[in-house]
Design a protein around this ligand. Structure first.
Ligand code: GDP
Length: 363
């Protein structure tokens, strides 16, 4: 499954945040694999639709979609040259599908910062510079090989295009720019360079670790969000998140309310992370469970069936589909069927977020 790597300079609150992620035991029963690896944390994606479906279908339990986070230790200035845990760092981060940077905003004289003072924009630049340098190294090695392949296969247009894309990417990086979408690399066909696992091609998101009192400071938040736009920014206090993770649902809601928040930072992180990975959900509901299933945006009905079981994909016949909103408006599945609101969709149907589905298949 897809995962998000959590990176950040030392002493910015990564471990605190990550501990909160893994202590978030609400999901442990449904996802026993969640704690197998010490550096992997699985978080549920909050979805209020599941509670409503569970009520309508009298479901015994609710199973949300999840996002997997991987704690990636070791980024420091010079990581791309092998400083600190540099090489390990690079190997670990290559395997993730998106990068979440934790940026320190909180000021605490007892917690030193590697560069002495608290300057979020400098820390962002430091991390991005390391990722850019790492990609430059990758391309420095790859370009001569790709050029040679293009030369010896002069008629292979793909090979020419790949070598051209690699060189174009190199030029963007040399300008100090990442290859992320929407940036100066927009014109380059980066899909040709997939095998290189370039880091700055991955989507980024940012977690700003603030003091609790700063969470409501809209001006500060805007200033920070502007630093990273169009990437998404999440604002939280890692220490509070660690506390929230230890509380039961009601206590957690109370603490959040006392701070003027409606949703924990971890929940926001899960939601935004899920979208950053290019994922969406569809829903199923019955007496056993109300559940959100994870698919890629643009997935077809048979691919969606495959998220439940590969046999469902292979034996796919039709899907009975109604949008969540229409189902709620109808007041129940029988009423919706009677009103002709449940559609029968075939194998070319492209799933919408929030489709409530029942599959028909051969086994
Ligand atoms: P890491 O090196 O990035 O993993 O940072 P840690 O999570 O180990 O945090 C370093 C220190 O900062 C610890 O003493 C944390 O308790 C403290 N810390 C983390 N987040 C916050 C925060 O939001 N506010 C304050 N005041 N301290 C924090």
């Amino acid at each position: 499954s897809l995962s998000i790597g959590i990176v950040g300079l030392p002493n910015v609150g990564k471990s605190t945040l990550f501990n909160a992620l893994t202590k978030n035991q609400a999901l442990a029963a449904n996802y026993p694999f969640a704690t197998i690896e010490p550096n992997v944390g699985v978080v549920g994606v909050p979805d209020s639709r599941l509670g409503a479906l569970a009520e309508m279908f009298d479901s015994a339990k609710v199973v949300p979609a999840t996002v997997t986070f991987v704690d990636i230790a070791g980024i420091v200035r010079g990581a791309s040259e092998g400083e600190g845990l540099g090489n390990q760092f690079l190997a670990n981060i290559r395997e993730t599908d998106a990068i979440c940077q934790v940026i320190r905003v909180f000021d605490d004289p007892d917690v030193t910062h590697v560069d002495g003072d608290i300057v979020p924009s400098r820390d962002i630049d430091t991390i991005n510079a390391e990722l850019i340098l790492a990609d430059m190294q990758t391309l420095e090695k790859a370009v001569p090989r790709l050029r040679k392949e293009a030369k010896t296969n002069a008629k292979d247009k793909d090979k020419q295009a790949t070598a051209d894309a690699a060189e174009a990417a190199q030029r963007v990086l040399e300008e100090g720019q990442p290859l992320s979408s929407g940036g100066p690399a927009a014109g380059i066909d980066l899909s040709l360079l997939r095998e290189l696992n370039l880091m700055t091609v991955k989507p980024f998101l940012y977690v700003f670790n603030l003091e609790a009192e700063e969470l409501a400071d809209t001006e500060l938040r805007k200033r920070l969000a502007d630093l990273v736009a169009p990437a998404e920014a999440i604002f939280l206090d890692a220490k509070i998140e660690a506390e929230l993770a230890e509380l039961d649902e009601d206590e957690a809601a109370e603490l959040l309310e006392s701070m003027g928040q409606t949703e924990s930072g971890l929940s926001q992180l899960a939601r935004v992370g899920f979208a950053t990975l290019g994922l969406q959900t569809y829903l199923t509901a019955g007496p056993k469970e109300a559940r959100a299933w994870t698919i890629k945006k643009g997935a077809t009905a048979p691919e969606a069936a495959g998220a439940i079981h590969t046999d469902f994909q292979r034996g796919f016949i039709k899907a009975e589909i109604i949008s969540y909103d229409e189902l709620m408006a109808a007041g129940g599945l029988q009423q919706a069927k009677a009103a002709g609101k449940v559609r029968l969709e075939g194998k070319d149907y492209v799933m919408h977020d929030g489709d409530v589905v029942e599959f028909r298949f051969n086994v």
